[in-house]
Design a protein around this ligand. Sequence first.
Ligand code: DX5
Ligand code: ZN
Length: 238
Amino acid sequence: MIVILSPSLLSADFAELGRELRDLEKAGLGWLHLDVMDGAFVPNITFGPPLIKSLRAQSGLFFDVHLMIEEPARYIDAFVAAGSDLLVVHAEADRHLERTLSAIRAHHCKAGLALNPGTDLGVLRWLAQDLDLVLIMSVNPGFSGQTFLPASIGKIRACRALLDSLGFSQVVIEVDGGACPENARELVEAGADILVSGSAFFSHPPYASRLAAFEAACQGQRRSSAALAWKTQEARLV
Ligand code: DX5
Ligand code: ZN
C-alpha cells in the first residue's frame, strides 16, 4: 500500500532551495527530510532553525527534522517554532530521552528516536509509549552518499517485531542512509514505512521519474503506515 519517500535536503542545491522545494512538491513528494548537524555529535555542520523557518514560509511539505546534535532538548522550542512537523532526536545524544520526547509531543509535534548503527533496539522497550517514529540509521550519521550497511535489514525487521510485540504497531519506522531504488523493496519488506533518500534521489532528476523509480521498486508491498494520517493528502502512495 504505502511507503513514504522523504528526500534529504542535504543533497539538494543549497543555492536554489526555494526552487528545489517547489520542484519536489510539483513532482508529488509530500515529505522533506532536514538534516541538522552541529559539528559535535557528528563531524559535519549544516543548518538550524532560521533556515527551516525560511523554508516553512514557502512550503507545505511535511518537515521531517533529523537532529544530529548534542543535548537536543536545548533546541526543541526553537525547532518547533521554526515549523517542524516531526522532530527526531538521537538516543546517543541525550541523557533524558523520556523528558525530551514528551516535550516534543507537548508542542503537538510528532516525536521520533534515531538509533545509530551500533545502538541496540533495547531502549525502545522503555520509550515506545513516547514515540511516533523510530529512525534506523543505515549509515553512520554525518554525510550523505555513504554505502548502505547491510546489517540494517535485520535491525529493521527486529525493530518492527519488537514494536508489535510491545503493542505499539502504530509506531512507524524510517530508514536513513544509502536508500535507493535497488534496495527499496528489501527495506519495505523488512518493515520500513518511510525511506529517506539524499544522493540517490537528487542526483537523478527529474524528481517525478525518480519518485516513480522508488515506487516501482516497492510495487505490490502491502504495509500500513500510521504516518499516512499525519499528512494524508500529500503522502505519496506506492
Ligand atoms: C546522514 C543523513 C542522511 C543523509 C542521507 O547523516 O542523516 O539523511 O542525508 O543521504 P544518502 O541517502 O545519500 O545516504
Ligand atoms: Zn537524516
